[in-house]
Design a protein around this ligand. Structure first.
Ligand code: KMH
Ligand code: ZN
Length: 280
């Protein structure tokens, strides 16, 4: 008889992103060593999946395949986390390089369901790119996480699943990325509208609120039965003028709020089952 409570809250950590510079934020994990150390500490604090963007020797965002492979291998060797590589990269990455990310053989990858204004930039995700990337995930048996920045992206997800069928593994997991300047706001109303419009095929979803919407989105997601993504990709302060010193703080806070809502952080193994990740 097991006394452990089964986890029912997936916490994904997005520790680095592609937007913040090391100069502006020296505590951002940008080297492989920093990333692995962060991953270990975040797993201990309750994270079960890691959403990864990597940097080069100058701490600039890169999609270098050798570095991506080394990162996936190191995270697999030194943690149990589900390893999700970003196929979004930075707004400057070309589409062909973003497709090559799957060559690094992650467990999961992000797949954004439409183009969105991204501050002063444009995060480009044309429909032919979406369908090519999706079919590649099916072929390579990589579980996609559909990133939804806007209500229109939810509509596009219906279209994708209708036309190309379910993802590898048969589960459909989404992440609402809220409050990007150009996307849907990080409000409870927007979250409810997006969740209400999700396809019936969706089996799990998480939400993340960029910047100061982070806490509101955590609370809204929990109250609607969703999972959580947190990390320094999305927010750099714990409160007004209180910088995040380590991603672990954001994961611990999410786990604590989750427990208050009587949700138990999932283990990486439980997350693998939830998302139907291919066994390695
Ligand atoms: N860095 C953004 C332009 C993803 O990882 O798939 C895209 C992004 C989404 O972060
Ligand atoms: Zn990302």
């Amino acid at each position: 008889m097991s006394s452990a409570t089964a986890g029912d809250l997936l916490i994904t950590v997005a520790p680095t992103g592609a937007e913040t510079t090391k100069e502006d934020c020296p505590q951002l994990p940008t080297t492989l060593e920093e990333l692995v150390d962060t991953a270990k500490r975040c797993q201990a604090a309750g994270a079960a999946m890691i959403h990864v963007h990597i940097r080069d020797a100058e701490h600039k965002p890169t999609l270098d395949l050798g570095r991506l492979k080394a990162t996936v291998d190191a995270l697999h060797e030194q943690t149990d986390l589900v390893v999700q590589l970003s196929t979004g990269g930075s707004v400057h990455d070309p589409l062909d390089k973003r497709l090559k990310v799957l060559d690094a053989q992650p467990d999961s990858c992000s797949l954004t369901m439409g183009t969105t204004n991204f501050g002063d930039d444009v995060f480009s995700n044309p429909w032919p790119f979406i369908t090519e990337l999706y079919q590649l995930t099916q072929e390579r048996q990589v579980v996609p996480e559909f990133e939804l920045f806007d209500l229109g992206h939810v509509h596009a997800l219906h279209r994708l699943l209708d036309k190309y069928g379910p993802p590898y593994g048969g589960r459909v997991h989404c992440d609402l990325v809220m409050n990007v300047p150009g996307g849907m706001p990080g409000t409870t109303d927007a979250l409810v509208a997006a969740v209400t419009a999700l396809p019936d095929a969706v089996t799990s979803w998480s939400a993340t609120g960029i910047g100061r919407s982070t806490l509101n989105v955590i609370l809204a997601s929990l109250s609607k039965g969703g999972h959580l993504r947190v990390g320094m990709e999305d927010v750099l302060t714990l409160a007004r003028r209180v910088p995040v010193e380590h991603n672990e703080q954001l994961v611990s806070r999410a786990a604590e709020i989750g427990r208050m809502a009587q949700r138990t952080p999932m283990t990486p193994d439980e997350a693998r089952e939830l998302l139907a990740i291919k066994p390695r």
